[in-house]
Write a protein that binds this ligand. Structure first.
Ligand SMILES: NC(=O)C1=CN([C@@H]2O[C@H](COP(=O)(O)OP(=O)(O)OC[C@H]3O[C@@H](n4cnc5c(N)ncnc54)[C@H](OP(=O)(O)O)[C@@H]3O)[C@@H](O)[C@H]2O)C=CC1
Ligand SMILES: O=C(O)[C@@H]1CCC=N1
Length: 276
């Protein structure tokens, strides 16, 4: 897990778009003490969203340009089809001191630089919603005039709420398909495991808690022991025991192929978005 508290960041954070991912990031960063609400600027056409940000101390602005004027790190957190528009709005006020961080799926560095201008310090990141609880899995690549200082800054921000890796841009679609979209697959898995527990007679609350804790504990074993997940699976699987009976059903249902196909389908969709 990311450290309980992080040293406060001497930067103001702005959000162009104050939707689900901006909220998860803002709340996660505040929880870790990296930034306080009064250092967060935001914009969104939906007043319910700006009111929600206001409730945790952020300042809503009337325009994206005003957010940029009141921030050092600018998160582009709108849907992919709105990215070019919001960047064209902030472009006139961007300075060398700004780091522009796009989290939009499929929007390439080339497109970001085209919209933000050739002097913009642009970083492309693919995070996921568990940044809310300090456990994001994210990857980034740099573009435009972004330099080692921008990379360090973005790393500091995301390491406060989880893990971040620097990758070649061509790999970001696969990151999107795996860890960007991945929480949805895991939530479905937890829901299904809990349903199985209920089907087998457990009360719903206990079934859900057992399912979530099982996923958490298993993930920790992979990360902390470094042991291959197949070997960890074998450790659970007694000859002619209960687990192999369950594993056999998962194999019969093509579960592994289904997970692989999900990652590939989401990766393909990220690549499609890059071409739109
Ligand atoms: N959700 C996730 O798990 C992840 C999302 N992402 C990326 O993050 C981005 C945001 O996703 P998500 O938070 O889920 O989406 P949301 O739809 O929840 O948030 C986007 C917000 O931007 C607002 N918006 C629309 N136009 C503008 C504008 N011109 N200026 C300012 N705000 C505007 C939207 O308002 P309205 O709804 O009224 O249009 C909406 O509230 C996407 O590009 C996505 O690819 C990346 C990783 C994970
Ligand atoms: O579903 C989406 O397009 C976004 C990008 C990754 C997660 N959510």
């Amino acid at each position: 897990m990311a450290t309980a508290t992080a040293p406060a960041l001497n930067k103001r954070i702005g959000f162009l778009g104050s939707g689900q991912m901006a909220e998860a990031l803002a709340r996660g960063l505040m929880k870790r003490g990296l930034v306080s609400g009064d250092r967060i600027a935001c914009n969104d056409p939906n007043p319910a969203r700006t009111n929600l940000f206001k409730s945790f101390g952020a300042t809503p602005y009337e325009s994206n340009a005003d957010v940029a004027r009141n921030a050092d790190v600018i998160f582009v957190a709108v849907k992919p089809q709105h990215v070019a528009q919001v960047l064209s709005e902030v472009r006139p006020v961007l300075t060398e001191g700004h780091t522009v961080v796009s989290i939009a799926a499929g929007i390439t560095i080339d497109k970001l630089v085209e919209a933000a201008g050739p002097d913009a310090h642009v970083v492309r990141v693919m995070p996921n919603t568990p940044c809310l609880v300090g456990e994001t899995a994210a990857a980034m690549c740099l573009g435009g005039k972004a330099n080692a200082d921008d990379e360090k800054l973005v790393r500091t921000i995301f390491e406060a709420v989880g893990k971040i890796y620097t990758v070649d841009e061509k790999l970001l679609a696969a990151v999107t398909g795996l860890s960007g979209s991945g929480p949805a697959y895991v939530f479905m898995m937890i829901e299904a495991l809990a349903d199985g527990g209920v089907r087998a007679g457990l009360p719903r609350d206990i079934a859900q808690a057992l399912a979530a804790q099982t996923v958490l504990g298993s993930a920790k074993m992979v990360l902390e022991t470094g042991t291959h997940p197949g070997a960890l699976k074998d450790m659970v699987t007694s000859p002619a025991g209960t687990t192999i009976a369950g594993v056999h059903e998962l194999e019969r249902a093509g579960t592994r192929a289904a997970f692989m196909n999900a990652v590939v389908a989401a990766t393909d969709r990220a690549n499609q978005l890059s071409k739109m």
